[in-house]
Design a protein around this ligand. Sequence first.
Ligand code: C5P
Ligand code: CA
Ligand code: CA
Length: 432
Amino acid sequence: MTHAKPKPLIRLLGVPLIERVILTAKEAGINEFIIVVGFLGEQIKEELGDGRKYGIKIVYVENDDWEKGNGISVFKARKYLQETFILLMSDHILDYRILEGIINYESSNDIVIGIDRREPLKTDTKVLEKNGQIIEIGKELENSNCIDTGIFRCTPKIFAFIEEAIKENKTELAEAIAVGSEKGHVGIFDVSTADSYDSAMSEDIDTWWININTKEDLKNSRKMLCQQLKKTTDGVISRFINRPISIQISKLLVKTSISPNMISFFCFAVAILASVFLSFPAYWALIIGGILAQITSILDGCDGEVARLKFQSSTFGGWLDSILDRYADGFFIFGLSLGLWFRTENYWGWIVGFFALIGSFLNSYSSTKFEEFVNKQTGFFQFLVRRDLRIFIILLGSLFNQIFWTLFILGVIMNLEVLRRIIVTSLIYSKD
Ligand code: C5P
Ligand code: CA
Ligand code: CA
């Protein structure tokens, strides 16, 4: 007996391909799924169950003719599909925005195919399109101007096309689509017109999809998924130092059952440890404290990354994350002030510590709303003074054994940033 694994169950960053497709569709608002299973279908059923664990409904349809074309698979599901539906392949990984795009796309065609204008690969199905209508479709087309992404929006009319194709012994879905397109019922949706992931500092990342056939495809999709973990609101230190490291760590974490909340708590525990070292009146302890603080700043990216990669984001988790971070911020600054007091008994340390503390809190407190107000309008500066920079200043200050100046600089920069936000916001609001 071999323990063959059906392709849809191959894991991509901790999540089986088919589960990824389903949860992506769920992000686009789809809650009911009909899954046609054939080869090794039992394993797929076992993995996904009735969908309750994902908050969705799954119905399975058996296709014993799985060795024939994929048109047959679609045809077997016809009795469950009485209204417009989305047809997806379990090994085509895609951005949910493509789905939102095709669902909302205005077209009177019975079938709308997601197409891509890139150069066709050997495995791609080629499409010739004219004025948004499909003229020809097939693997062997000589004249084509786009490719089929395997993302379809269909009315039940598609079953009539499949039936007609089957009568001519054509069992591939593309052959059924060809029947529909001859009658002028098949249109296109260019997937590149879907909303893209806009990033304020780097180039925009286009919405993407990928047909997973080879190890190389898996590698590319891993790269794409990780690329999307960078957030538009990432600070400068985060973007260039923390994120590249945290993404590598998250790639390992997704293979385990460690949850985002566990990471948030672990990160908090390391932060407490860091602040103990920061308060200890010895240079070596200060260095360790600074390095540990920077490590928590890196790990702080992992909870969110794992949550996004495994579709485990939660409102509670996001809230918990931000609360624990504020506690950690408080402990860092308290640790530094205490360390300074132990060394010098100079009360000025508590005063600069207070300004550093209040500035740090207000920097975070003011940022959420601020980003809604002035998103993208203030460019580079908006992303400079954030938590990642705060902790990086603590790291530098520790390495240079300069507690007083660390607190002083934090106090000045953080409060100036708050002041800047007040001014920017008031300028925008005085206009309405
Ligand atoms: O990258 P960052 O840590 O800032 O990501 C925060 C986001 O990650 C939250 O808004 C939330 O959606 C998600 N998250 C989560 N559970 C956690 C931590 C974060 O769902 N424990
Ligand atoms: Ca976090
Ligand atoms: Ca955190």
